[in-house]
Design a protein around this ligand. Structure first.
Ligand code: E4P
Length: 222
């Protein structure tokens, strides 16, 4: 099971990388645009420094033509290194790009997957990850669980499904249970998942019981 953070906020990533067993960081053009007009590559280089070379960084192309997407991918790799995963939307043109990039040994994530068919074709084209847009699928009135389950059934397991586009932790749980090997979470959803009021109440209860007997002492000071 892998866990990614869907963010380009370096401070937030810095905080979470120390806390969680993160596989890496995913970004998209919207996420990067939220970083106060900072230079595209300097934000990504900073993220790389924070997460280290053992973790994965995913960066999406922006061009919409075949040639444009290939050039975007080449530039991303030139600036950030060949271990970066290039995110390519699973459109008709995108699938052709995925085929070319994977045949040239680029790491590729097919993204913007709303249907089982898109997922299957992306994996067949050689993508190592297929990013299924959970909440956006649900907003259209379809079952994201069904999309993930179907891709997972057909997949030869050489590639991974990465659940994306989450708006609550229940969606994340369902994505993993449906067969996603990986999920990418906005930081606020990750924090929501670990900081519920019930958990805080439980921890507070333990502390109160302890304090009644042992006062302010901690275990290490006994
Ligand atoms: C990640 O790969 C996706 O780009 C992202 O999760 C999309 O999320 P959104 O639907 O909240 O924009």
């Amino acid at each position: 099971m892998e866990l990614f953070i869907d963010s380009a906020n370096v401070e937030v990533i810095k905080k979470l990388v120390d806390v969680c067993p993160l596989k890496g960081v995913t970004t998209n053009p919207s996420i990067i645009s939220r970083q106060n007009n900072r230079s595209f590559f300097s934000v990504l280089e900073e993220i790389q420094k924070v997460i280290g070379s053992q973790r994965v960084l995913m960066v999406q192309v922006i061009a919409s033509t075949y040639e444009g997407m290939i050039k975007d991918a080449q530039r991303i790799v030139k600036e950030l290194g060949k271990e970066v995963f290039i995110k390519v939307p699973a459109t008709l043109t995108g699938i052709k790009v995925i085929k070319t990039l994977t045949s040239e040994y680029y790491n590729v994530t097919a993204t913007a997957i709303y249907s089982t068919f898109q997922g299957i074709v992306s994996l067949n084209a050689g993508a190592q990850y297929a990013a299924v847009y959970y909440n956006r699928i649900e907003n259209l009135g379809f079952s994201a669980e069904e999309v993930i389950t179907s891709i997972s059934k057909i997949s030869d397991k050489k590639s991974k499904i990465i659940g994306a586009s989450f708006k609550n932790i229940n969606q994340v749980n369902k994505a993993y249970l449906s067969g996603a090997e990986s999920c990418t979470l906005p930081p606020e959803i990750l924090e929501q998942g670990l900081c519920s009021l019930n958990v805080e109440d439980a921890v507070e209860g333990f502390k109160k019981d302890w304090n009644k007997v042992y006062g302010d002492k901690t275990i290490s000071s006994l």
